[in-house]
Ligand binder design. Sequence first.
Ligand SMILES: NC(=O)c1ccc[n+]([C@@H]2O[C@H](COP(=O)([O-])OP(=O)(O)OC[C@H]3O[C@@H](n4cnc5c(N)ncnc54)[C@H](OP(=O)(O)O)[C@@H]3O)[C@@H](O)[C@H]2O)c1
Length: 244
Amino acid sequence: MLAGKLALVTGSSRGIGWETARVFARSGATVILNGREPSRLETRRKELSAEAGREMYALAFDVSDAGTVRNAYQDIFKSYGRLDILVNNAGILQDALLGMIADEMIDRSFKVNAFGALYNLQAAARLMGRAGAGAIINVSSIIGTSGNEGQTLYGSTKAALIGLTRSAAKELAPKGIRVNAVAPGFIDTEMTRQLPIQSGSNGSRASSCVGSGGQRKSQTSSLSWPLTSRHMSPVRLSASMAEC
Ligand SMILES: NC(=O)c1ccc[n+]([C@@H]2O[C@H](COP(=O)([O-])OP(=O)(O)OC[C@H]3O[C@@H](n4cnc5c(N)ncnc54)[C@H](OP(=O)(O)O)[C@@H]3O)[C@@H](O)[C@H]2O)c1
């Protein structure tokens, strides 16, 4: 299905990003893993290469640093000459009731979750525009569409991703680049293990347009959905005019 495609999955050293990378690799794509920690990433790269039986790549960079992101895409261009798929998955969760949200939390959450996705989308669109084709998937959240007590900050950053998706999809469609967002519900990862409330005990976390709270493997396949389906679905929050 993805044979011959080169895909960058940001935040793929663990969690949803890692499982997405594995799904893509099994579907034939060559994956560039990303995260901030080079040694952890190299371990993952070897693991994925062994699993797929072919060479996978890794590029350590912080998605919230615009200059670093630009340099990373220059490296991608120099090394591979193209990029077919970007999954804007890297994200952080800093939950607090409104009165407890510190300024630094606001800065950091938006920097990583929203600005980071925008920096990557800009750089990827430049590369994909050269080829006249590409697909970008932004990982939003059910909290960005439905909201939840104590998650105003996180939900705002994830709602920003939906707005970003809608406009970028329209702008990039004439260049042959599809932009979509997915909004998963609760998934058991390192991120959600810090939450006091686990899957199933909170209505808004447990209900999602992609299904109830679940395991990484069952829901990561939904991330490859925008790369294949031609049909509208509740998980597709926005799509370009180009065919899916
Ligand atoms: N788990 C859920 O229930 C759920 C539900 C809906 C949406 N999501 C979204 O899905 C995405 C992945 O979540 P997850 O649950 O898999 O989280 P996770 O297990 O905490 O993994 C987050 C990944 O992002 C990377 N990362 C964090 N900050 C980064 C930065 N500044 N630059 C580059 N990489 C960075 C981490 O790597 P390093 O720390 O090594 O850099 C890690 O690989 C997030 O955007 C999250 O908001 C999650």
